[in-house]
Design a protein around this ligand. Structure first.
Ligand SMILES: [Zn+2]
Length: 415
């Protein structure tokens, strides 16, 4: 359908443009350099023949592939982000293409002795004989999520060149700043105008996700009383000891390092304190909405208990919801997941359906009125020097996009 050479070339043309986002910035996009790739993508979408290609003042890109049939069928969308994670540098990416991978160690960087080994990264074994694109060991690759962009552009190009394939109207959306949690917040869902969409932002081939955490952040502030230690008896309140009580009163095994699957947790990620004041920064995560609410109650009640013991203003807690499980918004329109699953099966891809232990742009978009499950883009080991992507997985993702477009047109929906 699409050649390995073409998609490799396209992918490399994206990852060699630095688009690292910056959580400290207040602008959108958070970094000027994201415009470099954004402007190139706008031109490319026009060149391959898409219509209504737009880019707004925040670098959100949208485009349309018109319907090829005269029927009232849903408009679907495909979405990716073009920024890369600030966790690791994305400047001067120098991709290495390894053809017919032999299943052994890959030397990413001879000088620094950086090796991508299947002994440590067992997933590599799945791709023996395939073509891998890796880093040179000094940067991330940016397959998250430029693989997704390469796949969507390639699928649209293929559909433009094959007008005999019957499909409805398809919308394409590329966003900045996903990696700093702001990919969806300025996304104009109304302008996008799709009935539903898919983010092409998952990892291993077959991944299909429509569940993510409910998420909140909590700041627990504990006030102490500083008195000269020599005269402190009965007077000093050391906020750090009260903080310790607070920490120890939460279940020690309900933490990220002791949980998996659909198990939720309390995660203490930062402590800052002295005698007078200690601050504990937590994140709260749970797929189940009731359990999520219960976790927040546990943290509040604990604060009340300590206040009852030490005086009413010792512990102050502030909890802010961050995002919610998209399952609630996707389940009523479950056919959108079923279509993706059917598309994969018809292409001999084994669907891997599992809850995300995190959030996605799709979860925010789902709550903004655009139900948006997540599909694999093919890469592994995101946000670091060991990131790689098999070209065969990217081609499969292109095929999944085309198949979803076809299936949406032949199903009978009442909308
Ligand atoms: Zn991503």
């Amino acid at each position: 359908m699409i050649s390995k050479k073409d998609i490799t070339k396209r992918f490399i043309s994206y990852v060699t443009i630095d688009t690292e986002s910056d959580p400290e910035s207040n602008t959108t996009p958070s970094t000027e350099k994201q415009w470099d790739l954004a402007n190139k993508l706008v031109q490319e979408l026009k060149d391959i023949g898409l219509e209504e290609v737009t880019i707004d003042e925040n670098a959100y890109i949208m485009a349309t592939l018109p319907s090829t049939i005269d029927a009232d069928i849903p408009t679907i969308g495909f979405i990716s982000h073009f920024d890369t994670s600030p966790d690791f540098t994305g400047a001067n990416v120098n991709p290495q293409v390894i053809e017919s991978y032999d299943g052994g160690d890959i030397i990413l960087n001879q000088f620094e002795n950086i090796i991508l080994s299947p002994d440590y990264f067992e997933d590599l074994k799945l791709y023996k004989g395939q073509t891998l694109i890796t880093t040179d060991g000094t940067t991330l690759l940016g397959a998250d999520d430029k693989a997704g962009i390469a796949e969507i552009v390639s699928a649209m190009e293929y559909l433009v060149q094959h007008p005999e394939i019957k499909h409805g109207k398809i919308r394409v959306g590329f966003t900045p700043d996903e990696e700093i949690g702001r990919g969806a917040h300025k996304f104009d869902v109304k302008k996008f105008g799709a009935d539903w969409a898919y983010t092409m932002d998952g990892s291993e081939i077959g991944e299909l996700e429509y569940e993510n955490f409910n998420a909140a952040g909590a700041v627990v502030t504990i006030k102490g009383k500083i008195v000269h230690p020599g005269y402190a008896k009965g007077k000093m309140i050391n906020s750090m000891y009260i903080a310790q009580d607070y920490i120890n009163s939460l279940p020690r095994l309900e933490t990220p390092e002791h949980t998996s699957g659909r198990e939720g947790f309390f995660h203490l990620h930062n402590i800052k304190g002295d005698v007078e004041e200690t601050q504990l920064h937590y994140i709260i995560r749970d797929h189940d909405k009731e359990h999520f609410e219960a976790r927040k109650e546990v943290m509040k009640n604990l604060a009340h208990e300590i206040n009852a013991q030490h005086g009413k203003d010792v512990v102050h807690i502030e909890i802010k919801d961050q995002y919610y499980n998209m399952r609630e918004k996707v389940e009523p329109v479950m056919h959108i997941v079923d279509i993706a699953e059917e598309a994969m099966k018809s292409l001999d891809i084994k669907p891997i359906i599992k809850p995300i232990r995190g959030g996605t742009d799709g979860s925010q978009l789902s709550y903004m009125g655009l139900p948006c499950p997540n599909i694999f883009a093919g890469g592994h080991n995101f946000h670091g020097r060991y990131e790689y992507v098999p070209v065969e997985s990217m081609i499969k993702a292109v095929e999944v996009i085309v198949k979803i477009a076809e299936l949406t047109a032949i199903k009978n929906f009442e909308n």
